[in-house]
Design a protein around this ligand. Structure first.
Ligand code: PGA
Length: 250
């Protein structure tokens, strides 16, 4: 099965509902009819409904940036998988390095979230990535494949179509310091081998690269055989930039 490219925007904690409407509406007009590549927008919780509304009638997919693994309960400040489903959200980013580093999310917690997302028929976009210290110590592949194994524990082959992976080196996120295509390709190949080693169909699972993806570096990254798309932060907040990223050429 050929892997379809996926270009995903992670808006992080940015945007009023008016800004979300303008951004999603602008992208709906520019790239809403793409069929040979998937386009995903990840607004903050407060702008999910507005974004869903703005992309109605297009092929654009809307993703949350996080969720709790329980359906309901005394979890002040949290949002559940059923709440996302209720809005019409189909995808959720899990295990982003900002969740891991700033909010203390562990592999174990992230695995519970992945399992819950799949149990609720949501597609999980599972993020993994090493810090600069880990890279400098030569531990990149061990760290990243360790996160993949932990995050996917218990996932079955039948659930694999609802998994997207994102390799996001922590040192490249928001820093303007992008991994070279060679660096990224090496890790993507290691991740794919790891997924296959788990008995899952690694060749069918999209692995996105994230970390300072911009209009001027996306083409080189997308030319790599194991890079199936991009998870984009800063450059996903501008219609023009994200359009160019969706329209990558390789
Ligand atoms: P960036 O963020 O593109 O701003 O580096 C990527 C991400 O964190 O997903």
């Amino acid at each position: 099965m050929a892997r379809k490219p996926i270009l995903a925007g992670n808006w992080k904690m940015h945007g009023s509902t008016a800004e979300a409407k303008a951004l999603a509406g602008g992208l709906a007009a520019k790239v809403g009819q793409q069929t040979d590549r998937g386009v995903i927008l990840g607004p903050p919780f407060t702008a999910l409904a507005t974004t869903l509304d703005a992309v109605k009638g297009t092929n654009i997919i809307v993703s949350a940036q996080n969720m709790h693994f329980e359906e309901k309960g005394a979890f002040t400040g949290e949002v559940s998988p059923t709440m996302l489903q209720d809005l019409g959200v189909t995808h959720v980013i899990l295990g982003h390095s900002e969740r891991r580093e700033i909010f203390g999310e562990t592999d174990e917690l992230i695995n519970k979230k992945v399992a819950s997302a799949l149990a609720h028929d949501l597609t999980a976009i599972l993020c993994v990535g090493e810090t600069l210290d880990q890279r400098d110590a030569g531990k990149t592949n061990d760290v990243v494949t360790g996160q993949v194994k932990a995050g996917l524990q218990g996932v079955t082959t039948a659930q694999a179509p609802k998994i997207i992976l994102a390799y996001e080196p922590v040192w490249a996120i928001g820093t303007g310091r992008v991994a070279t295509p060679e660096q990224a390709q090496d890790v993507h190949a290691a991740i794919r081998a790891c997924v296959n080693g788990l008995g899952l169909p690694g060749d069918d699972i999209a692995i996105l690269y994230g970390g300072s993806v911009k209009p001027d570096n996306v083409d080189g990254l997308m030319a790599c055989p194991d890079i199936d798309g991009a998870l984009v932060g800063g450059a996903s907040l501008k219609v023009e930039d994200f359009t160019r990223i969706v329209e990558f050429q390789s």
